[in-house]
Design a protein around this ligand. Structure first.
Ligand code: Z16
Length: 825
C-alpha cells in the first residue's frame, strides 16, 4: 500500500486556505467553481511532490524515454481521476462531505479538456495513464489548443457547434514552463554554403518567420505508485513582444504578423476524425509541435549524454498516425544542421528512433500534402524529404529492377504530393496497426508493397483502454462489487478480472450484477431527463451507439432499423416487443454535411416515435447532446447493448467497444476491428454478430457486383423505410433527407451507391436485433452474458497494449519511485 497522501484535517485546512487566498472568501461564500479550483490546487500540491520525486528517480536511473507524439490527447476531466490514482478518492470524498461539499458536483465543475476528436485522441490519453501506472518514463507531446473539440448543441434537431473555451476560468492542472521555450521557423529559403574547413556543404535556413513555442506541463498520475509523468503541450507566442522596439525600426507589420501567426497556430483543434483537412494551418500546427518536441528531447538527452549518435539508446518517438510524421525529416535536420552529423550517421540514428502507428485505411484520411505548399512552408524539411525519397527510389529499383509500377505506388513524393505514410514507413523501424484484422488488411491490401519489401517492420498492437477511468471511476458501484468478489488486483492487472467467471451461474451474484446495472441506468435516465428533457424507462433495453458520426460507422443503419421496428409495431400492435431505448451520441465534423443530416434524421425520427401514443412507449429514441469523455463514463456504465456496426474492414479497431464490454454490455456488431478479438475472448454465444465479412466487402470493392437497387426492388419493408425518408413521415420538407435517400441507391446524384453496404447488411442486422431481444427476455441468460462480457474483458486493458509496445518496440526500463522525506511534510 502507498504512503498516506492525505491527512483529512490538513486537506480541509488547505481547501479553506485556498478559498481565502485565491478569492478572499470564506468557504460558505465560495461558488462551486471557486471550490473546484481550491480543491484542485490542494490536489495539485500533493501531485507536485510526487512529480519531483519521479523526476529525481528518472535522473538517477536514466531510463529510456518514449515521446508519444500526437496531435490529440482527449484527456477528460482530471480531478476525480487524479484522486483515484493517488489512492485518496475515498478520504477526500469524506473530507469534502464534512465541509458540506458533494464531490460529484465538484467534479462536474471541471471542463473536459477535449484536445482530441475521438478514438485516436482518447487512445493517447489511455496510453499515458498506463505508462505512468506501469512505471515507464514517457512524455506525451502535443498542442495546447485554445479551443478544443467544439461543444455540440442540438437546436431544432440540428447540430450547432459552440466554441469550447476550456481555459477561460484557468485550468488548475497545468504548469507553464517558459524556461523550456523553443523557436520554430516557417517559410524562407535555404542557402547552400560551402564550408572550407570540412569540405562539406552547409544548409542555412534564412528569411523565415519565427514563432516561440512555450510548453505547458500536465501531470499524469500513475495508480498508487508515486509516479507522475508529463503531458507536454505547446502554446505559441511571438518572439519579440510587439512594442515600440519593432515599431521604431519600422517592423510594425512584421511584428503584427508574428503575433497573428502565433495566435493562429494554436487557436483550434481541427474537428475531423478520420479525414484530412488539407489546410495550410494544419500543416503549421503539425510542424510546430513536432519541432518543439524534438528540440526539447534532444536538449534533455544532451544534458546527461555526450554522444548524439547513441540517441536511440535513450529516446524513441512514437508517431500517432501520419499527423506528426514530419518528425522523421525534422530529426534528420536537427541531427545534421544543428548537431553536425553527416547524412549517413543522421539516418542511422533517425531510423532507430522513430516508429509509426497506422490508425485507418479510410482513403480520405491518408495525408498527402501538395509539394508546392510543403516546400514553401518548410523548405529545409522538404529538401530532406526529397533526399530521403531519392535514396529510397534507388533501393526500390535495386530490389525490383525495371518495375516502375513499384515506384509509382511506393514513392514518398509522387504526383506533386508528399505522402506522409510512406515517409513514416520508409524511416520508421516499426509500423503497427491497432487490431489484428486491421494489421492484416494493411499487410495484404493497403500497404502490401511495403510489407513485401520490409516485412520485419510490421507488427500488430491491438488497442486497449484504461480500466481505471472506465470502470473504477465511471462505474464505482460495479468496481466496488468486483473488488468485493475477487480483490483489487484487477485495477492494475485486468487479466485478473477473469476470476469473475466462477460467478457466471451464481444467481445471487448475477442478481447483484444486474442491480448495479439498473442503478446505472437510473443515473443515466436522470442525466437524460435533465440534459435532454426526455423521459426514458430504465426497465427498457438501453441500446447504445456512441462514437463520432461517420458514414462508415453506420448510425444510418441503426436509425433505419428503428424506423423499420416502428413500422412493424404499428402494423402489428399485438406483437410481442420488449421495450427498447435507442440511445445515440455523436459529433459530426462541422463541414460534413451528410453526417449532420443524419443527426437531424435521428432527431426527427425521435420526435415522431417518442410522441406516437399508438406504439405505447415501446420505442424511445434519444440523442444525447455533446457526447464527450465525462458523459461517456455514465453511458458505458448504463448500457445493455453495445452497437459496433461499422462496415467490415473500415473501423481500424474501435475502443468504445471495449469500454462497453468492460461494463457488461454485449456487442451487437460486425466482424470488424477489435470486435473480432472481443468475440474471440467472450465467445460467439455471448455476442450478436451479423453482416458481411471484411473479405466480402473488399471483394465487392475490388470487383463490383454489389447492387443495393436489387434489394430495394425486392424487399418491400426496406423499400417502405427508404420511402419514408422522402414522403413526409419524418419531416414536412420532403426534400430534407433526399441526399440520404440518394446515397443509398443508384440515382443520378450518386457516384457509388450505398458504399457502406447498409442495405446489404440490413436484413442480417434486423435478425441479430431479434436475437438480442430474445436473449434479453431470458433474464438469467442475459445476466450471465453481461457478467461474462466483463469477466472476459481482461485483454482489452491499455496496460496490456502498452506492455506489448514496450516489449516489441520501445524497450523501456521500468522505474520505481519512492516518496522522499521532504515530500512527506
Ligand atoms: C481516429 O480517431 C482514428 C483513426 C484515424 O486515422 C484518425 C482519427 Cl482522428 C481512430 C479509428 O477510427 C479507430 O478505429 C481506432 O480505434 C482509433 O483511431 C484508435 O486507434
Amino acid at each position: 500500500m502507498i504512503d498516506k497522501q492525505f491527512d483529512k484535517e490538513t486537506f480541509k485546512k488547505s481547501v479553506k486556505d485556498n478559498v481565502k487566498f485565491l478569492y478572499r472568501r470564506k468557504l460558505e461564500e465560495a461558488t462551486q467553481e471557486q471550490l473546484f479550483q481550491a480543491v484542485s490546487y490542494t490536489v495539485k500540491d500533493v501531485i507536485i511532490d510526487n512529480w519531483l520525486d519521479t523526476q529525481n528517480a528518472y535522473e538517477k536511473q536514466d531510463p529510456k524515454i518514449v515521446y508519444y507524439m500526437s496531435m490529440e490527447f482527449l484527456m477528460g476531466r482530471a480531478l476525480g481521476n487524479n484522486l483515484l490514482n493517488l489512492g485518496a478518492y475515498g478520504e477526500v470524498k469524506e473530507a469534502l462531505e464534512e465541509l458540506g461539499i458533494d464531490i460529484n458536483a465538484l467534479e462536474d465543475q471541471e471542463p473536459d479538456p477535449a484536445l482530441g476528436n475521438g478514438g485516436l485522441g482518447r487512445l493517447a490519453a489511455c496510453f499515458l495513464d498506463s505508462l505512468a501506472t506501469l512505471g515507464y518514463s514517457a512524455y506525451g507531446c502535443g498542442i495546447r489548443y485554445r479551443y478544443g473539440m467544439f461543444k455540440q448543441e442540438i437546436r431544432d434537431g440540428y447540430q450547432v457547434e459552440v466554441p469550447d473555451a476550456w481555459l477561460e476560468e484557468g485550468y488548475p492542472f497545468e504548469l507553464r514552463r517558459p524556461e523550456y521555450a523553443k523557436e520554430v521557423h516557417f517559410g524562407g529559403y535555404v542557402r547552400v554554403e560551402y564550408d572550407q574547413a570540412t569540405g562539406q556543404n552547409k544548409f542555412v535556413h534564412e528569411g523565415y518567420q519565427a514563432v516561440k513555442a512555450i510548453p505547458y506541463d500536465m501531470p499524469i498520475v500513475g495508480y498508487e505508485n508515486n509516479v507522475v509523468n508529463t503531458l507536454r503541450i505547446w502554446d505559441a507566442a511571438a518572439i519579440e513582444e510587439f512594442g515600440f522596439d519593432s515599431f521604431d525600426k519600422g517592423d510594425y507589420k512584421k511584428a503584427v504578423e508574428q503575433e497573428n501567426l502565433a495566435k493562429d497556430i494554436v487557436n483550434v483543434l481541427y474537428p475531423n476524425d478520420n479525414k484530412m483537412s488539407g489546410k495550410e494551418l494544419r500543416l503549421k500546427q503539425q510542424y510546430f509541435f513536432v519541432s518543439a518536441s524534438i528540440q526539447a528531447a534532444i536538449e534533455k538527452y544532451k544534458k546527461t549524454h555526450n554522444d548524439i549518435k547513441k540517441l536511440h539508446e535513450k529516446v524513441v518517438f512514437q508517431m500517432n498516425d501520419t499527423h506528426p510524421t514530419m518528425a522523421v525529416a525534422e530529426l534528420m535536420r536537427l541531427l545534421m544542421d544543428q548537431e553536425g552529423l553527416g547524412w549517413d550517421d543522421a539516418w542511422a540514428v533517425t531510423t532507430k528512433c522513430v516508429a509509426y502507428t497506422n490508425h485507418t485505411i479510410m482513403a480520405e484520411a491518408l495525408e498527402k500534402w501538395p509539394i508546392e505548399l510543403f516546400s514553401r512552408l518548410l523548405p529545409r524539411v522538404y529538401q530532406i524529404i526529397e533526399e530521403i525519397n531519392r535514396r529510397f527510389i534507388i533501393e526500390v529499383q535495386n530490389k525490383y529492377p525495371g518495375n516502375y509500377e513499384k515506384i509509382k505506388k511506393m514513392a514518398i513524393i509522387y504526383d506533386g504530393q508528399v505522402k506522409m505514410a510512406h515517409l513514416a514507413i520508409v524511416a520508421g523501424f516499426s509500423v503497427n496497426g491497432v487490431a489484428r484484422l486491421h494489421t492484416e488488411i494493411l499487410e495484404k491490401q493497403e500497404l502490401k508493397d511495403f510489407y513485401e519489401m520490409m516485412p520485419e517492420k510490421f507488427n500488430n498492437k491491438t488497442n486497449g483502454i484504461t480500466q481505471r477511468r472506465f470502470l473504477l471511476h465511471g462505474n464505482q458501484n460495479l468496481a466496488a462489487w468486483i473488488t468485493d468478489h475477487i480483490g483489487p488486483d484487477w485495477i492494475t492487472d485486468l487479466s485478473q478480472i477473469s476470476k469473475l467467471k466462477v460467478y457466471a451461474d451464481d444467481e445471487k451474484a448475477l442478481q447483484e450484477f444486474m442491480n448495479i446495472k439498473f442503478q446505472n441506468k437510473q443515473r443515466l435516465a436522470k442525466y437524460i431527463l435533465e440534459h435532454n428533457g426526455v423521459e426514458v424507462d430504465p426497465h427498457s433495453i438501453f441500446d447504445v451507439q456512441v462514437k463520432r458520426l461517420h458514414e462508415y460507422k453506420r448510425q444510418l443503419l441503426n436509425i433505419l432499423h428503428v424506423i423499420y421496428l416502428y413500422n412493424q409495431i404499428k402494423l402489428h400492435p399485438e406483437m410481442e416487443f420488449y421495450p427498447r431505448t435507442f440511445i445515440f451520441g455523436a459529433k459530426a465534423s462541422a463541414a460534413y454535411e451528410r453526417a449532420k443530416k443524419i443527426i437531424k434524421l435521428i432527431n426527427c425520427v425521435a420526435d415522431v416515435v417518442n410522441n406516437d401514443p399508438s406504439i405505447g412507449g415501446k420505442i424511445k429514441v434519444v440523442f444525447i447532446e455533446n457526447y464527450r469523455v465525462s458523459n461517456a463514463e455514465l453511458i458505458f456504465a448504463a448500457a445493455d447493448v453495445s452497437e459496433q456496426i461499422s462496415t467490415a474492414s473500415k473501423e481500424a479497431s474501435g475502443t468504445g467497444n471495449m469500454k462497453f464490454m468492460l461494463n457488461g454490455a454485449p456487442t451487437l456488431g460486425t466482424m470488424d476491428g477489435a470486435n473480432v478479438e472481443i468475440v474471440e475472448e467472450v465467445g460467439q454465444e455471448n455476442a450478436f454478430i451479423f453482416g458481411m465479412s471484411a473479405d466480402q466487402i473488399i471483394n465487392y470493392e475490388n470487383h463490383g457486383g454489389y447492387d443495393p437497387d436489387f434489394i430495394y426492388n425486392t424487399d418491400a419493408e426496406i423499400r417502405q423505410v427508404l420511402m419514408q425518408l422522402i414522403n413526409g413521415t419524418f419531416s414536412s420538407d420532403t426534400e430534407l433527407f433526399r441526399d440520404i435517400y440518394d446515397s443509398l441507391l443508384n440515382t443520378k446524384n450518386c457516384s457509388r451507391a450505398d458504399q457502406y453496404f447498409i442495405l446489404g447488411d440490413f436484413r442480417s442486422y434486423a435478425e441479430a436485433q431479434k436475437r438480442v431481444e430474445a436473449a434479453y427476455k431470458d433474464e438469467k441468460k442475459w445476466a450471465k452474458m453481461a457478467l461474462l462480457n466483463t469477466a472476459c474483458s481482461g485483454k482489452f486493458s491499455s496496460d496490456r497494449t502498452i506492455q506489448e509496445y514496450v516489449d516489441d518496440i520501445w524497450h523501456l526500463d521500468k522505474v520505481t519511485v519512492t516518496k522522499s522525506e521532504a515530500a512527506e511534510k
